[in-house]
Each structure stands twice: as C-alpha cells, then as structure tokens.
Design a binder for this molecule. Structure first.
Ligand code: FAD
Ligand code: UDP
Length: 384
C-alpha cells in the first residue's frame, strides 16, 4: 500500500491525488462508490444525453489557477448559465434583475422602484436580499419584501426547512439581487462545461502511472483511528491519509450527527426537443420540488428527446446521500469538536465538502485541494 492514501475520488480527492502524482509520489485513491467524480459524476443515458445523477453541476470560477489546472484534463464548451424563477406561473430571470422588476410591476411602479434602486443602491450593484430588507429607505424595504416573498422565502423553506435569515448572509449572497440587466446566474470570468463531461475530466485527472484507484472500497472498513494512531487493515499506518468523506464517520459519530440535507431526484424523458425555456427553472412560490433542470440545455446541441430532473429536498437520514451541510452556528460548533479530534492525528488531513463540512462549489473544492497539497508538502518536508 502506498504511503499516501486519499479517501474519495470526487473533485477534492482527484485534485490532490493528481498533484502528488505529478510530483512523483505514489498515491492510492479509494472510493466507496463504483464511480469516480463524487457528486459531479455524469454519464450518458440510453438516448445519448449526458445527465448528472447527483444533481445539476455547472462549472464557474474567478480563479485562473483553477481554470488552468482543470484545462489540462478537458476541453471546454462555453456555457453561461441562465435561470428563470416561476412566480405563480410567471417566468422571470433569477437572480432578480431589472428585467424581473419590469415583468413583476406596472411600468410606472417599476420605473419608480428603478429610480430609487439606482439612487440608493447604485447601478450595476449586486446586493443580498437580507441587506435589502434592512434598508433605511421604506420603498426599498417594500420592494425587498416582494422579492423575499416571491423568490427566497418558499424556495429556502423547501430546500432547508429554514428561513433565509436563519441561514444567513453567506448562503443568501450566492443569489443576490442585481441592479442591472445582467441575466446570468453567475458572473465569474470563467464559465464553461467540460466538452465530454465531468466524469471524463476527472478520469483524465486520475489517469496517471503514480495513481492507483480502488473503487467499491469503503474507508470505514479498511481504516480505524484510535488514540492518535491510524490503522490500515489492522496494522498501524504511518503514511498520510487525505480524507474527503464525512468526518463524523471516522470517529463513530461520537459527538452526534452533523446535519445534512439530502435530495430525491425524479428524472423524466420526453419525446420532444425542449421542455422549458431555460436550463433551470426555480419554483419559488409553488410545488414541492425546488427546481427543474433540463440537461439538453447544457450541451446546446440539437436533440429530438429531452431529459429533466426535479429536485426534492429533505432531511438526510442514515443511508441517504449527504448533499448539503446545514450552515448554522450550532452545526459549526459541533463540527469544531470533530475537527479538534482529527487534529490529534498528525497525518490525517480533512478535505472537501463533507470532511470540512462546508457549502462550496467545485472550483473552491479544487482550490482548497491545491492549498492542502502545498501544506502537506511543507509539513512533511517532501520535495516538489
Ligand atoms: P464529493 O463530490 O462529495 O466527493 C466525496 C467522495 O468521497 C464521494 O465520491 C464519496 O463516495 C467518497 N466517500 C465518502 N465517504 C467515503 C468512505 N467512507 N470511503 C470511501 N469513499 C468515501 N458546484 C459547482 O461548482 N457548480 C454547481 O452547479 C454545483 N451544483 C451542485 C448541485 C448539487 C445538488 C450538489 C449536492 C452540489 C453541487 N455543487 C456544485 C457542489 C459540488 O458537488 C462540490 O463542490 C464538489 O463536488 C465537492 O467535491 P468533493 O470531492 O469535496 O466531494
Ligand atoms: N435561493 C432561493 N431562491 C432561488 C434561488 C436560490 O431562495 O430562486 C436560495 C436558497 O436558499 C438556496 C440558496 O439561495 O438554497 C443558494 O442557491 P443556489 O442556487 O446557489 O443553490 P445550489 O445550486 O447550491 O443548490
């Protein structure tokens, strides 16, 4: 067995594995799934359409370093993501922008709000709904209440069983209000989809003579952690373990469960080229599901069939897939206990959405893996 073992073949694990391999070190990557790519995994269905069984994934980043690194493993299709909100049957752009404003109000009222927004918030600004709701100007607060009630409140309750203000600024800032006609969901400089999909890109990352990949291998069954020592198949292991699974799993859930939201996906194929007006439509005032994604709109290629998925969010129970860490102070405090426990193991490194218990996008997963690689190299005095 190699002296560096990475648990998890998602984007975090694959990035760190590739960086070690490129510097000449042997690494073993294990994953309990039969597939690589973690939640970014995609595959081609029986009609030849690329689908994402663990939910819609769109790549976007401000980080040139991340884009350049991933570009070694894939070519890209330019793709700018646009989302519509279904407000009581009316489709308007989300993030809520000036087009949405004019679609939701009479011309005279929209004009008034527009003028107040430009004066008080500023043209081309992006502002979080929670900030807008607290604004000193009552007309802005009125407008904010409309957006809050029609875009954020019900969607957030469906997704998290919490109110937007309970989730806090960091989550709400992911989807701001635009004081502009910007109609893209993301404003990052780099917005692309991998030409042959995420699985192909991550396969290329892991295809390296220094990387051994073991799928269908659960770390829980091969590792144990006791009194600052790591055991691999019963024998003390003095190598490095980069762990991207749930941290609470390593320690037998001894401080309690870290809460997650899970998703139920309902896929459906239609014998027609298009189902809806945008790749994603968010149901912000009605229905039990949060959004519908139409995968054929990601590829922008002509098709005579189309596939959609509806997402239903629920509390993650034992056996469910942990998709979203629930970002509250209480949960972070519980996570800190596990983190402190993990720090007793000098060569155990936690990484990724699960092990770090953080709500991050793919680019941050890659960036964090790059940083961790540097840290491990330095701490262990490895030669680059
Ligand atoms: P994961 O992808 O969760 O990978 C962890 C891997 O570890 C998994 O393969 C798992 O099987 C394995 N593992 C866990 N426990 C064990 C164990 N005990 N033994 C062995 N293996 C184990 N990001 C974007 O940038 N754009 C998007 O549009 C986007 N959409 C998303 C939509 C949804 C529904 C979700 C849930 C996430 C989305 N993300 C998106 C976020 C993105 O999925 C993550 O940032 C990224 O995949 C994190 O990678 P990771 O490797 O840290 O975790
Ligand atoms: N959100 C909302 N209405 C929307 C879109 C987003 O209330 O139309 C809120 C909701 O709480 C959601 C969060 O903003 O969970 C972040 O949205 P994002 O689209 O980034 O979620 P993800 O794609 O990560 O599921």
């Amino acid at each position: 067995m190699d002296k560096i073992i990475i648990v998890g073949a998602g984007l975090s694990g694959a990035t760190v594995a590739r960086l070690f391999a490129d510097s000449g070190m042997d690494v073993t990557v294990v994953d309990k799934r039969s597939t690589i790519g973690g939640n970014a995994y995609d595959c081609v269905d029986k009609n030849g359409i690329t689908v994402q069984p663990y939910g819609p994934h769109i790549f976007h980043t401000k980080e040139k370093e991340v884009f350049d690194f991933l570009s070694k493993f894939t070519e890209w299709n330019a793709y700018e993501h646009k989302v519509l909100a279904n407000i009581k049957g009316k489709l308007v752009p989300v993030p809520f922008n000036l087009t949405s404003l004019y679609a939701c109000y009479s011309k005279a009222k929209a004009e008034r709000i527009y003028n107040v927004l430009i004066k008080e918030v500023g043209e081309n600004k992006q502002v979080s709904i929670l900030n807008l709701k607290e604004h000193k100007n009552p007309e802005i607060r009125d407008f904010a209440d409309f957006v809050y009630n029609n875009i954020f409140y019900k969607y957030t309750k469906k997704q998290w069983k919490m109110k937007p203000e309970e989730l806090g600024e960091a989550v709400m800032r992911r989807v701001p209000v635009y004081v502009s006609y910007e109609d893209r969901y993301f404003t990052d400089e780099y917005q692309f989809m991998p030409k042959k999909g995420f699985t192909e890109m991550i396969t290329n990352m892991l295809r390296h003579p220094h990387i051994r990949l073991k799928l269908n291998t659960d770390a829980e069954k091969i590792f144990s952690f006791d009194d600052g020592k790591i055991y691999f198949e019963g024998t003390e292991f003095d190598g490095i373990v980069v762990y991207t699974g749930r941290v609470e799993e390593i320690f037998g859930y001894k401080f309690g469960d870290l809460p997650y939201r899970t998703l139920k996906f309902k896929f459906k194929t239609f014998d027609r080229p298009s189902f809806q007006k945008a790749a994603v439509v968010n149901y912000t005032t009605s229905h039990k599901f949060t959004r519908i994604t139409e995968f054929t709109k990601f590829t922008c290629e002509p098709t005579d069939k189309t596939v959609i998925v509806k997402e239903y969010s629920k509390k993650c129970k034992k056996g469910d897939m942990p998709y979203y860490p629930v970002p509250t102070e209480k949960n972070y405090a519980l996570y800190a206990q596990y983190k402190a426990e993990a720090e007793k193991y000098k060569k155990l490194y936690l990484l990724g959405r699960l092990a770090n218990y953080i709500y991050i996008n793919m680019d941050t997963a890659v960036l964090n893996a790059m940083k961790l690689y540097e840290k491990i190299m330095k701490e262990n005095e490895f030669e680059d």
